[in-house]
Design a binder for this molecule. Structure first.
Ligand code: FMN
Length: 197
């Protein structure tokens, strides 16, 4: 499978880095290759939040380079795309089918070809346009996975917290991973603790 990863200019570069690190090391084992696109602001926010320039062994496409194969539905093998993090502006472009940059065009192709599109949306609070555009993206077939970490696996540090989001992105793409401790339910309560029937 060929996977497109778009990094737009919302806060959350550590999610993108963890996903890309995972795909760089584990992707080949699962037959997954990656094409990477940063929006201009995506790269800027990465530098702010992580410091160093992103460096990956994947083809990295310029924000408006529509010569990328995945900007056409006829290119074979591109079964999925993740936008992580997905800014409100990027969501808006995707929800309205605006192919004005490569992330928007690639997402548009995913939707029209009925392929998997995962949007790791990050903004707070939500305006009415954000809420409406989230609905519109879901109605068009995208999976919206807000960049909200979970705590029930008792993450010990920021890395483990980040993994609670990245594990769920990989799950959605059907990529095996053990990045977080899975919820296996609670032990049955003893009779004494159980509420009266
Ligand atoms: C440090 C920083 C953090 C930002 N965080 C967010 C954010 O969390 N969510 C968001 O929607 N926009 C955020 N923005 C604003 C976007 O970067 C801005 O709207 C930009 O136009 C998005 O462009 P893009 O969608 O092409 O990446 C942030 C900008 C900066 C500089």
């Amino acid at each position: 499978m060929r996977l497109v990863v778009g990094v737009s200019g919302a806060s959350g570069a550590p999610y993108a880095r963890r996903l890309l690190d995972f795909l760089a090391s584990e992707g080949p084992k699962h037959g997954i290759s990656v094409d990477l696109v940063f929006s201009e602001t995506g790269r800027q926010v990465w530098k702010q939040e992580i410091g160093s320039e992103p460096s990956y062994p994947f083809p990295v496409w310029k924000p408006k380079d529509f010569s990328a194969p995945f900007s056409s539905g006829s290119a074979l093998g591109y079964e999925g795309m993740v936008v992580v993090p997905c800014s409100a502006g990027c969501l808006s472009r995707i929800a309205h089918g605006l192919s004005t940059d490569l992330i928007g065009r690639a997402a548009d192709v995913m939707l029209k070809e009925r392929r998997k599109l995962v949007l790791v949306f990050r903004e707070t609070p939500l305006s009415l346009p954000h809420a409406r555009e989230l609905v519109q993206a879901v109605e068009a077939g995208a999976f919206v996975m807000p960049a909200t970490p979970s705590f029930y696996s008792n993450p010990k540090d920021i890395g483990e917290l980040v993994d609670t989001v990245v594990a769920r992105i990989l799950d959605r793409l059907g990529i095996p991973n053990d990045l977080m401790r899975r919820w296996e339910g609670l032990a049955p309560r003893s009779r004494a603790e159980a509420p009266e029937d």
